[in-house]
Write a protein that binds this ligand. Structure first.
Ligand code: F6P
Length: 460
């Protein structure tokens, strides 16, 4: 069995002075889900070298068992990852364009698309090379939409699956792509025997695109697997000493007796961190009684900083936090505590002490934070959840639902969350934790694999 994804389970940082390589776990839902397969499963995980550290690791032959990192030319990777995957396909699936001025599909786009094809071909060839006769291969995400079709041509004997960790765009939005590119993406995906999505909504959106643009799914099956949180791991990890230390530090920053509205995200355009802060400011404005009694703890970890729009967004998050603090802060109260350095133990600490978790993405494949918080919460936590997060399909009943664009309604939802009676909040948290852990990562992966193995192949 083989897995293919752009980001692998580890990435390496190179110390330019000492030449030392240090390994770090990759971030995001994909790595969280797939890490459950572990090195003992006999699987091979094919991923791309992402930076200089990774490339150096490949050259030195450093690596983990069961992982093959592809040393794809850095410029080709940059065009494919930054240019196409993250600036076009990600934007299409998350509805992120400011359409009066973008997207513009020009000669530069076409040049980058050739790199995207080359990068997909490198994966298809590596998989074709590594896979045993009749093996199952599960390709991950929008970075690798062309791989199933390419691999099918190279190795008709394989069972090929593809899983999307993102939403899928509605037909009208998807059709912004040039016609030939839209068709190539769909036909590439339909090279798979089976396509997996995180929710029924994204699966239906894909099917609608296939119906509208390429005459339907053909023999490809579509299934839904809602990745859940890993309760055992999270509960054990969140009770280690380093998390306790960070809780004490955070409590110091928040102040005794104050409530905490927590959010933890990559600094990602779709996560809607700015409107979250605007809603918090609206709360302080509309209900002055909350001033000095609540703190917005926002963790916004760096992501995709090669893209100017992400750097600008990161700066805007920081600017707005500063603005709110100077507008409302008092000597003993910092209204927004913003941390931008990725620290998993500190995230768990914030999960444990949160009174309210704010998860308000514009659009999100699933959102694992919404699932993780209720699992580790010490005393119950109210979840304010965007109806546009995939997780809403499973958690909506026990959350306070918000329209992510409506900051006034979000401010109201925050007030409602902050005033929920403790027993009610504990009851909701219990049900949220049960729903959130219904399909833990290992089972999520095995379900996909079994479903793929039971799918009649489209090969000869
Ligand atoms: O889990 C969803 C996802 O988009 C993955 O596809 C991706 O690997 C992850 O989030 C993080 O993004 P990136 O790999 O670009 O840092």
């Amino acid at each position: 069995m083989l897995v293919a994804s752009n980001r692998g389970p580890v990435s390496y940082a190179l110390d330019k002075e000492t030449g030392e390589l240090t390994a770090r776990r990759g971030g995001g839902g994909l790595v969280s889900g797939l890490s459950a397969i572990g090195p003992d499963a006999g699987a091979l995980w094919v991923c791309s070298a992402l930076g200089d550290g990774d490339r150096e690791a490949v050259r030195r032959g450093v690596g983990e068992d069961g992982v093959r990192m592809l040393d794809i030319d850095a410029d080709v990777h940059a065009d494919a990852y930054n240019g196409i995957a993250n600036s076009v396909l990600w934007f299409v699936h998350h509805l992120l364009y400011q359409t009066p001025l973008e997207p513009v599909f020009d000669a530069e786009f076409r040049r980058q698309w050739v790199s995207y094809e080359a990068y997909n071909r490198a994966f298809a060839e590596a998989l074709a090379d590594e896979a045993a006769e009749g093996a199952s291969v599960i390709v991950q995400d929008y970075h690798l939409t062309l791989v199933p079709g390419m691999l099918r041509e190279l190795r008709p004997d394989l069972r090929i699956g593809h899983f999307s960790h993102t939403p899928w765009a509605p037909v009208d939005y998807f059709r912004m792509l040039p016609d030939d590119i839209a068709e190539q993406v769909l036909r590439g995906m339909l090279g798979a025997d089976r396509l997996g999505f995180l929710t029924r909504r994204w699966a239906d959106a894909f099917t609608a695109c296939a119906d509208a643009l390429v005459g339907g799914l053909g023999s490809t099956r579509v299934g839904v697997h809602g990745l859940g949180a890993d309760a055992d791991f999270l509960r054990a990890r969140s009770h280690q000493a380093d998390v306790g230390e960070r809780m004490a530090a955070l409590r110091g920053q928040i102040g005794e007796g104050r409530k905490a509205i927590v959010r933890v995200d990559r600094t990602e355009l779709s996560k809607n961190i700015v409107r979250g802060m605007l809603a918090y400011r609206q709360l302080l404005e509309d209900r002055p009684s909350w001033r000095e009694r609540v703190v917005h703890v926002a963790f916004a970890y760096p992501s995709r900083q090669d893209l100017a729009v992400y750097r600008d967004y990161t700066a805007e998050v920081q600017r707005l936090a500063d603005e709110i603090n100077s507008q409302y802060g008092t000597p003993g109260w910092t209204p927004v505590v913003l941390h931008v350095k990725d620290d998993f133990a500190r995230s768990l600490a914030a999960y444990r002490l949160a009174d309210v978790a704010l998860v308000n993405p514009i659009r999100d494949g699933m959102n694992l934070v919404a699932k993780e918080v209720p699992v580790v919460s010490d005393e119950g936590c109210v979840l304010v959840l965007s109806r546009e997060a995939g997780a809403h399909e499973e958690l909506g009943e026990d959350a306070i639902t918000v329209n992510p664009y409506d900051v006034i309604a979000t401010a109201r939802a925050l007030h409602e969350a902050l005033t929920m009676p403790v027993d009610e909040r504990a009851e909701h948290t219990k049900r949220l934790a049960a729903a959130a852990t219904a399909l833990p990562p290992a089972q999520w992966f095995l379900d996909q694999l079994h479903a793929l193995e039971e799918t009649p192949t489209t090969g000869p």
